[in-house]
Every structure is written in C-alpha cells, then in structure tokens.
Ligand binder design. Structure first.
Ligand SMILES: *[C@@H]1O[C@H](CO)[C@@H](O)[C@H](O)[C@H]1NC(C)=O
Ligand SMILES: *[C@@H]1O[C@H](CO)[C@@H](O)[C@H](O)[C@H]1NC(C)=O
Ligand SMILES: *[C@@H]1O[C@H](CO)[C@@H](O)[C@H](O)[C@H]1NC(C)=O
Ligand SMILES: *[C@@H]1O[C@H](CO)[C@@H](O)[C@H](O)[C@H]1NC(C)=O
Ligand SMILES: *[C@@H]1O[C@H](CO)[C@@H](O)[C@H](O)[C@H]1NC(C)=O
Length: 765
C-alpha cells in the first residue's frame, strides 16, 4: 500500500516526527542498523542468520588494532565506519536493576526498578526456584529499560564469594558461607537472568557475571586494603570452599562472564594469573563468554601491588593470562605500547576481543534495533509492575529468620495488641533496607509503615543513627511502657558494613544494646527485637534476656521490607527463613585475624576455623537456624544402610585396608541412591519448611565436621505431611577434598542428618 493514498498514515508520520526530539532520549544503543543504513547490509557480522563465530571472525577481520583495543575496556569505543556505537559494559543487577554502574540510569521515563532484598536475605529463603524467578524478573526489567536506552545488556552480578568472616563489609551481597548453597544460588540466579525466552541456548536475555574470582573477601580491615591484599590459601580450601560457586556458575549456570578480583592469591594477582584464568575458567570449566577485571584492578596491580616494572608489562600479563575486558582504562592506555614492545601480540588481542564481541552477538546487539526483536515489546510499563513489587515482598517474607520465640510472643494478635511501640534507628528505614549495589526502588514500605497498617503505633527512633553514640533511653522507655507490645528495629546500615569497610567488632553498634535492654526492662508485653543487617551480630544478651521474647533477623529486606516484617510479626506469613551464615560471639572478632584465610582450625595456634563446616566453638546462632510458628517432624522413609563401591581389579585397596578412595569418574557412575524423608507439620499453622540434609563424613583428610548435601523447601498444611526426596550421588555429595585438591570418598561410617534425626550409612568396597 502506497502511503500517499492513506493520509492518516502520513498524519501519523508527522506526529512521530514532531515527537522525535523527546523520543530520541529514549533510543536503545545497538549496532547494525541496516534499516536506516543499507550500506551495512552486506557486512556478514550484521547477518543474524549466520552463526556467532562466523560473524565474530568477520567483524574482527575488519578492525584495526586500535579499534580492537577500544573494545578491551568497559567504555567501548564506537566504530562509526561500521555502524557500531559506543557501548558501556558496566551495569549491575545484584538484587534488581541498579544504577551503580555507568551503563544504567533512571530518568522520569523509568524512575525506579523493583528492589529485591539484599542477596544474603534471599539466600535465607533456601528456595531455589525463587532464586531463578528473581533473576527472570530482573532481566525483564533490564530489557525493558534497555529498549528505551536506559540500561545495558551486560550485568556484573551475582557476587558468589564465600562469606568467610562475619566482619566482611560485602558479606551482605553474597549467598552466605556455604559452598553448596552459594553454588545453587549462583547458577539459578544466572540462569534466571540469562535464559532466552525462546529457549535458544546460544542467545542471552542479558549477560550475567560471577564475581570476584577468587578468594576475595577482605575489603578494608584495620587498614588492610583489598587492592594489595595477598590471600594465602591452601589447595584444599581453594577446591572445597572458594572455587565451587564459580565452577557452578560456569558449568551449571553457563554464565557469560567471570570477573577476577583485586587481591592476590598466593602471591599472584588473580587478573594476571594464567593458571586461574586461561587454565581453570576457560580451560577446565570451558567458559563461553568473557573474563573481566574488577574496576581498575589492573591499575592496582601495577600501582598498589607493584607486581610488574612497567604498565605495559601489566597489560600484557593480564591479556596473556586470559583477561578479555578491563573495567577501567588501563588497557586502552597500555595495550598498544605492550604490542609495540613485543610483550603482547595481536593474535592474543583478537582472542580477547572475539570473546567480548561473541557475547554482544549472543545478546542481539548486532541484530539491529532491539525493539524489533524478541524483547521488543517490553518498555517502562514492565518495570515495577504490581506482580514484581509483590515478589519483592514475598522474597523478604520467605527470607526473614525467626531466631527466638518465647511462648506467647509471636505472632502478635492484632485483636489484643491495641498499641505498638516501634523503636530503633532502623524502625522507619527506607534506603537502608536496600543494602548496597541498589537501584532506585519503585517505592518503600518502611517497618513503621508496615506495622502501622495493622495497628496503632508509637514511634521513637531511640538513637540519632545506627552508630547510636548516645541512646535516647528515657524517651524510648516512655513509649515502651505505655504500649501493649514493643518492636525494636536495630542493626546496621552501610555506614557500619559496606564495600571498602569491614567491621572490627560484631556487636550491635554503639549504645544499641543498652537501648534494647532498658526498653525491654519496662515493657509490659512481648518485646520483639528485629535485627536489620548484612552480617551476624553478637546478640547473646538478647537470647538470654527473658524480657526480650522474640528475635528476628531481616537482612536488608528490600523496598517492601516493612510490609514483609509486618506480615511475619502479625502472622500473615509463617516465617521459614534459615540463617545462611554462622553468628559468632564478639570474642571471635577479638581474637581471629580476619586476613587468615584458613577454613580449617589449627590447634597449634588456637585458630578456631571458619563456618559451620569447620568451626567448633560457641556460636550465638548457627548456620541453618530458623524457627517457625508451627512445628515439623522428620522421619526416614527410605535410605540405604550400606553402599558398596566397586573397584577395578588389582586396585590396592582390595588387598589392603584403605581409608578413602579417589572419586574418579569410572568409579562414580551410577553410584547414587535416594533418601526419602517424611515431613509432618505437627503444629497448628500452615507453613513452609526447609529440609537441610547434612552429612558428617569419616574424619579423614581434615574433612568438614558436617557438610550440606542438599536442601529442599516445602509447603505443608497444618496437620499435613510431605516427602522430601534427595538424590545422593556418592562421589559428589559424600566425598571430601583432600590436601592436594583431589576429591576422595571416605570408607566407613557417614552420618546423614536433618535436625535431630540421624541416619548412619556405611560405605565399603
Ligand atoms: C552489496 O553487495 C551486492 C552484491 O555483492 C552489491 O551489488 C551491492 O552494491 C552491495 N551494496 C552495498 C550497499 O554495498
Ligand atoms: C602470541 O602470544 C601468545 C602468548 O604469548 C603465544 O602463545 C602465541 O604463539 C603468539 N602468537 C603469535 C602469532 O606470535
Ligand atoms: C517514616 O518515613 C517515611 C518515608 O521517609 C516518612 O514519610 C515519614 O514521615 C516517616 N515517619 C515518621 C513518623 O517519621
Ligand atoms: C566497634 O567498631 C566500631 C567501628 O566499626 C567502633 O566505632 C566502636 O567503637 C567499636 N565498639 C567497641 C565496643 O569496640
Ligand atoms: C518458593 O518460592 C515460590 C515463589 O517463586 C513460591 O511460590 C513457593 O511457595 C516457595 N516455596 C515454598 C516451599 O515456600
């Protein structure tokens, strides 16, 4: 149809043209705009029908060395003659689309995005499908923002470092201290972000990035800075603690990127270690994607670590080690010089830049305007939808952990509680609820607002801020004494624990403890202590104080945190979260050197070890702790008592006594069994329950005292029951890593346990 015969069509064109100046602020960034630039049609890298490798080779073959170097840094330089615009690689989406990276911003067109709880609380849900669902929602909002030019396609999330020490300021960003939970979280979140809606495995919805590789978890502790910290790590700790989440990201999650960290591991900067990068990530794990440096880490390698004599040597070392992209401008400044001096060749640069371009091809960046593609219909209306905001609230309530509950305390009955005192520096928190790497949320529901929606409240902050240098005890006591119940919302915020700031002590900051105790002493009804924090706090005093009737940990619960807290406090939701990390007493922070990377205890020095897997000392609360308003019982329905390993003829262990056998593939095939556990809700309220199945292997090779085999979250009606099924692979789940990094299966008795239920299993040849 000719437009001339359709005046209304022409009219529409005029309207569109007149709107153009406004719309132009909302244009996505993309290459190969064949529709408006027919000259590009003949370039095969612009042809979506060809495979990625062919397109990438074609593109790279057309570029000068300078043009290639322009695509080795996050602020990638456009190549106008080929219709390629500038691209900013750095966007973040740790728990919602964030504007921390320069690739993403909010404007009046999209003023905010759904802000889910900080990851440490999401991990506490122990709900694997939920991890995936959050990723899916975040990538939908990211695509919607990309279509109007506000967001990138490459997101440097998640953070899967093990939360090794309670003082670490970035522990909040991680899924906790356990390698199994961290691995499952990482792979599920990555798949949620990346999986293409059309099921095409080669395509990416957005590209995720698992960081910070590896053994990175000291930020700034007593002046020791991450930029120059050398983590001394044993092979055994490396292979059974620090590496598994990254391995799972690459192998199970098929992540498109890994970020190397600032620190050194055993004397070598991670971004300049060919064994860690080319050897492990690309060689052993077969990464399909790009390796990126942490922001400015090459500069730190040169200036803070003085690891090489010249900047060109640092540039060459990184790229020759397998680095593809540099966050910062170190490579744009030094790669050419490195080539000129013969330290780096163009073939190696081609490999790096090809990995970067291949990722962008998989994202559809070279397929023309994204609004004509798979996600083309997404736009501002798909960000902060009521469903997405409800999911943020749902995640928070599934994550909140009930740590203490005296009889008659929680849930509060709205019928009998006519007035509620709401006290504490976080009682009316907004931004604090998000944690770091946040975006601008759709809206906030503060704890005070959440509680006020159900009952009349009296509010007193009690401290000027979370540091609480001087508690306003009298004012707080006054409202507490007059109310039927008290909720104290205490804890930390980013001024206490954050990136670049590790804690030195792990008690409630300043006079918070004093405030809590004084308020509790004058209260006439239930006293609920709510701890909003990333890391654990020594609240032994509150555990022991009979006047403090309940304790809840709410992490940094996201934009809807206050609504979720009220849901739990008034019993609209039965709490089901479990701690993803050990809560140590203050003495741990006073005596343990944070920079000691060992996981295993050392009796010779008195070093107590780390995490529930190795630490035997007193805890305030333990990994996996979490109560419910109902009670659950477990029994074993089916599980073997003896499992036999078949050994090949002539194996040394057939003729002599052996304590363990190497877990090699031939031997492990089909060596699996099922465990079925019946779980009953023997209380009066329906709820969700997480079955955490642990094993205690024979004590050989400095094995963990206990390790997580798997977890399963199930919903059970009051009086109802369900069956949890675990598929146990002997070599994968019951093995331990020996001193040389090899997986071995201990022979003898393995104790499987869930809560107080124990089942003994003998492994023999
Ligand atoms: C594209 O290639 C065809 C055939 O090779 C040629 O006839 C045409 O002129 C080319 N178009 C452009 C815009 O370069
Ligand atoms: C380029 O450098 C790499 C790494 O040093 C080396 O393995 C390779 O042989 C070199 N290639 C050429 C063509 O010089
Ligand atoms: C609580 O915070 C909200 C959001 O910042 C604010 O509008 C409200 O005034 C605060 N309430 C009180 C009682 O300070
Ligand atoms: C705890 O650490 C903070 C700094 O993070 C400090 O201000 C405070 O004084 C310390 N408290 C104690 C009791 O050491
Ligand atoms: C896990 O999360 C999903 C929401 O994605 C929810 O529907 C489901 O009930 C949760 N599972 C349990 C057992 O609570």
């Amino acid at each position: 149809m000719a437009p001339a015969s359709f005046p209304c069509f022409a009219g529409l064109c005029i309207v569109l043209l007149s709107l153009r100046p406004i719309l132009s602020q909302a244009q996505p960034v993309f290459a190969c705009d064949v529709a408006n630039n027919p000259g590009l049609k003949n370039l095969s890298f612009c042809d979506p029908s060809l495979d990625v490798q062919a397109r990438v080779s074609d593109l790279v073959s057309r570029l000068t060395l300078q043009e290639k170097i322009g695509w080795l840094v996050n602020a990638a330089k456009g190549i106008t003659r080929l219709g390629i615009p500038n691209y900013e690689w750095w966007s973040e989406a740790l728990h919602g689309v964030s504007n921390v990276g320069p690739g993403t911003r909010f404007t009046s067109l999209v003023p905010g995005a759904t802000s889910f709880p900080q990851v440490i609380l999401t991990a506490a849900t122990f709900n694997e499908s939920l991890f995936h669902t959050i990723g899916k929602v975040v990538s939908t909002e990211a695509r919607a923002m990309h279509n109007v030019g506000l967001a990138g396609l490459t997101y440097w999330s998640p953070n899967v470092n093990i939360f090794r020490d309670p003082r670490w300021g970035r522990g909040q960003e991680t899924p906790g201290e356990d390698p199994v939970l961290s691995s499952k979280y990482g792979a599920a979140y990555v798949r949620g972000l990346q999986q293409s809606d059309d099921g095409d495995k080669e395509k990416l919805k957005v590209a995720a990035c698992c960081k910070h590789y590896t053994a990175y978890d000291v930020d700034n502790w007593k002046g020791i800075q991450r930029y120059s910290f050398n983590a001394i790590v044993t092979q055994q700790d490396m292979d059974d603690t620090f590496q598994p989440p990254f391995k799972s990201c690459v192998i199970d999650g098929d992540v498109a990127s890994v970020m190397c960290s600032y620190n050194q591991v055993n004397g070598k900067p991670t971004c300049g270690d060919p064994d860690l990068l080319a050897g492990v990530i690309r060689g052993q794990w077969k990464l399909n994607g790009y390796i990126v440096s942490d922001c400015d880490s090459l500069n730190e390698m040169f200036n803070a670590q003085k690891y090489t004599k010249t900047p060109e040597e640092t540039a060459a070392l990184a790229v020759n080690s397998g680095l593809d992209l540099n966050c910062g401008n170190f490579l744009s400044n030094n790669a050419q010089k490195a080539v000129d001096r013969g330290l780096l060749n163009e073939t190696t640069i081609d490999k790096a830049v090809s990995n970067n371009f291949a990722t962008m091809m998989r994202l559809g960046f070279f397929d023309g305007n994204p609004t004509n593609q798979l996600y083309g219909k997404l736009g501002p209306k798909d960000v902060c939808t009521p469903e997405n905001q409800n999911l943020a609230r749902e995640v928070a309530r599934q994550g909140i952990v009930l740590l203490k509950n005296s009889a008659g305390s929680l849930p509060l009955s709205s019928a009998s509680i006519k007035s509620l005192a709401v006290i504490g520096p976080n009682a009316n928190a907004t931004h604090t609820m998000l944690g770091n790497y946040e975006g601008i949320p759709c809206k906030y529901t503060t704890p005070l607002q959440g509680l006020t929606a159900t009952t009349a409240t009296l509010y007193q902050p009690g401290c000027a801020d979370t540091s609480c240098a001087t508690a306003q005890v009298d004012a707080a006591k006054k409202v507490a004494a007059s109310a039927d119940a008290v909720v104290l919302v205490m804890g930390s915020d980013q001024s206490i624990e954050r990136e670049s700031l590790d804690r030195v002590n792990i008690t409630l900051p300043g006079q918070q403890q004093l405030l809590v105790s004084k308020v509790a002493s004058v209260s006439k009804g239930p006293v609920i202590l709510v701890i909003m924090s990333g890391g654990g706090m020594d609240v032994q005093f509150a555990k022991e104080d009979p006047k403090i009737t309940s304790i809840l940990w709410v992490g940094f619960p996201g934009e809807a945190g206050g609504a979720a807290i009220a849901d739990v406090i008034f019993g609209a939701y039965n709490p089901s979260g479990r701690l993803p990390m050990t809560w140590y007493p203050e003495s741990y922070a006073d005596t343990v050197d944070m920079t000691d990377m060992h996981m295993r205890p050392n009796p010779a020095t008195g070093f107590p070890g780390r995490s529930y897997r190795f630490y035997k000392g007193p805890t305030v609360f333990s990994f996996g702790d979490g109560l419910s308003y109902t009670a659950f019982s477990h029994e074993v329905v089916a599980a073997p008592k003896v499992v036999s390993l078949a050994l090949e003829e002539g194996h040394a262990c057939l003729s002599s006594e052996c304590k363990s056998i190497e877990a090699v593939e031939e031997r492990c095939e089909n060596l699996a069994f099922d465990i079925h556990l019946r779980v009953k809700n023997v209380g009066e309220m329906r709820g969700s329950h997480t079955v955490l199945l642990f094993s205690s292997p024979p004590q050989l090779h400095n094995a963990p005292q206990k390790q997580l085999v798997g977890f399963q979250k199930m919903h059970i009606e009051a009086g109802g029951e369900g069956v949890a099924r675990f598929d146990v692979d002997v070599c994968k789940h019951l093995s331990v890593v020996d001193e040389n990094g090899k997986r071995r299966v201990g022979l003898g008795d393995h104790l499987l346990h869930v809560g107080s239920l124990k089942h003994s299993l003998t492994l023999r040849v």
